[in-house]
Write a protein that binds this ligand. Structure first.
Ligand code: B16
Ligand code: MG
Length: 220
């Protein structure tokens, strides 16, 4: 029986992937390193330091831990500044409607994001009332594709993984949901989240009606 929903943030509730891209691009341009949207897509759902590692490997560069952390901080300053421009109009289409519907139907709802800036994003969107629990990059040490952030959310909601549906836009996020024993809904193209139990191109397509229609036996 499904009693709860756990949502990824970036790429599911709002499109911060674009802001992450611009911040990484600004850093890598300054360094003269190669960075494009294809590489940016590989950073979906993974932590800031893991992201630096992907960018360095792509450019054949190796740095020590303190240099990596300095770069991560520079990128984060640029990213956080860009969040000031975010407003309650910046939900991905359909996201706010789904969150509202879940509230009216009384489902338990948690956030399960890898981001250490999730609280700020939720505040900018005025989204905090939609979540009973906020799990973010500060909540666990092992990030996606490990299932820890979703297990954290389920435990805080007092639910078992098989009582929750996870919404994710990242391949590694779907891997994390599956590793934890959760039902998964992928948001995005087949080649990215085709491994999910159910997939929609966009959040606008991902209505509660459609989710219930797919997992019929789990909602009766
Ligand atoms: P921060 P999610 C993830 O959020 C992003 O998809 C990923 O691109 C980012 O590197 C990660 O958060 C860490 O974010 O630098 O703000 O701590 O998709 O798990 O909500
Ligand atoms: Mg995401």
């Amino acid at each position: 029986m499904i009693k709860g929903f756990i949502f990824d943030l970036d790429g599911v509730i709002t499109d911060t992937a674009e802001l992450h891209f611009e911040a990484w691009k600004s850093l890598t341009d300054e360094k003269g390193w190669n960075f494009d949207r294809e590489i940016n897509d590989q950073l979906r759902g993974i932590s800031r330091l893991d992201s630096i590692q992907v960018i360095l490997a792509h450019n054949g560069i190796s740095l020590d831990d303190s240099e990596k952390s300095d770069l991560a901080n520079i990128k984060n300053d640029i990213y956080v500044k860009s969040l000031d421009e975010m407003t309650p109009d910046d939900y991905l289409p359909g996201a706010k409607e789904l969150l509202t519907h879940l509230r009216t139907e009384g489902f338990a709802v948690a956030l399960g994001s890898s981001s250490k800036n999730a609280e700020k994003v939720l505040e900018q969107l005025n989204a905090k009332p939609y979540f009973d629990i906020v799990g973010d990059g500060h909540s666990v040490t092992k990030s996606k594709p490990e299932p820890d952030i979703f297990l954290f959310g389920a435990e805080k909601l007092n639910l078992q993984p098989e009582e929750c549906v996870v919404f994710e836009d990242a391949e590694k996020g779907i891997d994390a949901a599956k590793a934890g024993g959760f039902y998964s809904v992928g948001i995005g193209p087949e080649d990215r989240v085709g491994n999910a139990d159910l997939r929609f191109d966009t959040m606008q397509d991902a209505t509660l009606f459609e989710v219930k229609a797919h997992f019929t036996d789990l909602f009766s």
